[in-house]
Write a protein that binds this ligand. Structure first.
Ligand SMILES: Nc1nc2c(ncn2[C@@H]2O[C@H](COP(=O)(O)OP(=O)(O)OP(=O)(O)O)[C@@H](O)[C@H]2O)c(=O)[nH]1
Ligand SMILES: [Mg+2]
Length: 423
């Protein structure tokens, strides 16, 4: 089955914890700190590859988790880094934050990748906290949590040329004619339910990728029926090939169809101004004078109509050259680069990084830096509590509390930790 939408959950690895450890010898019974740092958690990376064509595998698997970092060991041994998890997606996958719909990445090139969830950093072991003034610290950090998020993946077929038109006009027949692609052709509407891509050789060494998009139906842009989902794929084509049925086999009028098609396209900012070529198919069913009359009807409205027959091949070569010509001048649509998504927390030095507030009769200090400090330090030792207090002084928290008139002995909460303000 061809699936072009998926919702997945990604989680990067947690960082490993730092270790408190001492290397003791007979000469140095107190020991020197040698607790190693935890390794970092693995990242989740989405990578575009040509070897995957659809998002179908994400129907069965929606959770993706990278490896956790190993804990630090004695002898200053650093924990192992968690393994990155590489998730392969088809080229042309647009990655959005599921909640907000914000585009995080547009993986339009083979090999393009985005680090969508970053592993947590490893916690430092007590070796890292040793200074000349603090030679045997019992201080360590926990590893940082990984990031997790829900993502919407959306595949947009990448083709140079997208064939668009109402059901049954012969889109698949045309693709089959000009490429080696074997596509289903049938005399009833909505035969094609997912885009087909074909490689078309235009001349020696020149080729283009053409997509046969499923038939549009009227009101497609309002989300009626099939059309809307597939118009999205047309947004990635550089040139649109509008196909109408000249013979009006379904009792349709080609010019009226063309107007309807334009109206659908006008509703899409990305489609509105795309270079287009208009072709009238099934010319083999009409006598020459009827064909000339149709061409004339279109011409009166300033539209150049190219009569073709996907069955006999008439006019098809000329049409391809014309399309090729349009392609040469059509703008490239590939995004410049895949910008990595912005991290959630970024501290700007000099900016007040915390706030003091009263919540439920309790004094609470809020701010990314202070909360991270409280979360990461293992506050089960006295050394760590002292260090914590000292860091709060350095961050200006203690002074700010005193300026507010908070008295010594008052309990203050940061994150899940509580401490008493000293005198
Ligand atoms: N006489 C004639 N019949 C054609 C021509 N092109 C296609 N047909 C016929 O028209 C019918 C529909 O052709 P398809 O190629 O399946 O049309 P489509 O636009 O892909 O249709 P959907 O996928 O259903 O939207 C088939 O019976 C084809 O054989 C043509 O140039 N001349
Ligand atoms: Mg078809």
């Amino acid at each position: 089955m061809w699936i072009d939408e998926a919702k997945i959950h990604v989680a990067s690895g947690r960082g490993g914890n730092g270790l408190i450890s001492f290397h003791r010898t007979r000469h140095n019974p107190r020991g020197t700190p040698d607790g190693g740092n935890g390794g970092r958690g693995g990242d989740v990376v989405l990578r575009a590859t040509r070897s995957v064509a659809t998002l179908v595998r994400f129907q069965n698997q929606i959770h993706f988790r990278a490896g956790h970092g190993g804990h630090g060991g004695p002898n200053c041994r650093r924990g192992k880094d968690g393994a990155d998890l590489i998730v392969h997606v088809p080229v042309g996958t647009v990655v959005r934050e599921a909640g907000t719909g914000e585009v995080l990445a547009d993986l339009a090139r083979d090999g393009a990748e985005v680090r969508i969830a970053r592993g947590g950093r490893g916690g430092r072991g007590n070796k890292a906290f040793a200074t000349s003034a603090r030679q045997a610290p019992r201080i360590r950090e926990f590893g940082e949590e990984g990031e997790e998020r829900w993502l919407m993946l959306e595949l947009r077929v990448l083709a140079d040329v997208g064939i668009v038109g109402f059901p049954n006009v012969g889109k698949s027949s045309l693709l089959a004619r000009v490429s080696r692609k074997r596509v289903k052709v049938a005399p009833y509407p909505f035969t094609t339910l997912s885009p087909n891509l074909g490689l078309v050789e235009v001349g020696k060494g020149s080729s283009l990728v053409m997509a046969d998009l499923p038939g549009l139906i009227e009101g497609a842009h309002q989300g009626k029926g099939l059309g809307d989902r597939f118009l999205r794929h047309a947004t990635r084509a550089r040139v649109l090939l509008h196909l109408v049925d000249l013979a009006g086999v379904e009792g349709r009028d080609p010019l009226a169809d063309h107007h309807l098609l334009r109206r659908e396209l006008e509703a899409w900012p990305e489609l509105r101004d795309k270079p287009e070529v208009v072709a009238g198919n099934k010319a083999d069913l009409l006598p020459p004078e009827r064909i000339a009359a149709e061409v004339e009807r279109f011409r009166k409205e300033g539209i150049e109509l190219h009569p073709i027959s996907a069955i006999t091949g008439r006019g098809v070569r000329e049409l391809l050259f014309l399309v090729w010509d349009r392609l040469r001048t059509a703008p490239s649509l590939l995004p410049e680069a895949e910008a990595p998504p912005t991290r959630v927390w970024r501290l700007t030095p000099g900016e007040a990084p915390f706030k003091i507030a009263e919540e439920g009769g309790e004094l609470v200090v809020r701010g990314p830096a202070v909360e991270r400090l409280a979360r990461r330090l293992d506050l089960s030792t006295e050394d760590a509590q002292e260090y914590f207090y000292h860091r709060l002084e350095r961050l200006g928290v203690i002074a700010a509390l005193k300026r507010r008139g908070v008295e010594a002995g008052t309990t203050v909460r940061i994150g899940e930790e509580r401490f008493e303000l000293a005198g």
